[in-house]
Ligand binder design. Structure first.
Ligand code: AMP
Ligand code: ZN
Length: 113
């Protein structure tokens, strides 16, 4: 596997502001916030992007969404929040390890730009 910054965070080779972790899932604040609340939730296993989710690995995606719901409650995102995953070049994916952005604390336009 090529070098992966999110695997480095999982392996504690790179520091991050970790919000939550268990054996399969990790959540940490994004380095470059685009909203008052902006964190990422990842699978600890390296999955390249949403395009690579299949029957073998989709269980962790359900767990990621359970963690998102828990953290949204904990961080009091009661008026709403947005979950985004970018898959591939056209979507602007820059880190090729499946991650879900959780954005809150402001209004988000729809459709997105
Ligand atoms: P994407 O463009 O959807 O692939 O999102 C990748 C996100 O990872 C960007 O919002 C980056 O700011 C964020 N990011 C990159 N490196 C780190 C890091 N070391 N710690 C936390 N967030 C990071
Ligand atoms: Zn990785």
């Amino acid at each position: 596997m090529e070098d992966c910054v999110f695997c480095d965070i999982v392996n504690r080779e790179l520091k991050a502001k970790v919000l939550y972790e268990n054996e399969r899932v990790m959540a940490f604040y994004d380095l470059v916030s685009v909203a008052p609340v902006h964190f990422l939730v990842i699978s600890k296993t390296h999955i390249v992007a949403a395009k690579a989710i299949d029957k073998e690995n989709s269980g962790v995606v359900a767990e990621i969404f359970e963690v998102i719901a828990e953290l949204a409650k904990k961080l009091e995102l009661v008026d709403g929040f947005r979950v985004v995953t970018n898959s591939g070049k056209l979507a602007g994916q820059t880190v090729k390890h499946l991650h879900f952005h959780v954005l809150g604390g402001r209004v988000f336009e729809w459709p997105p730009g």
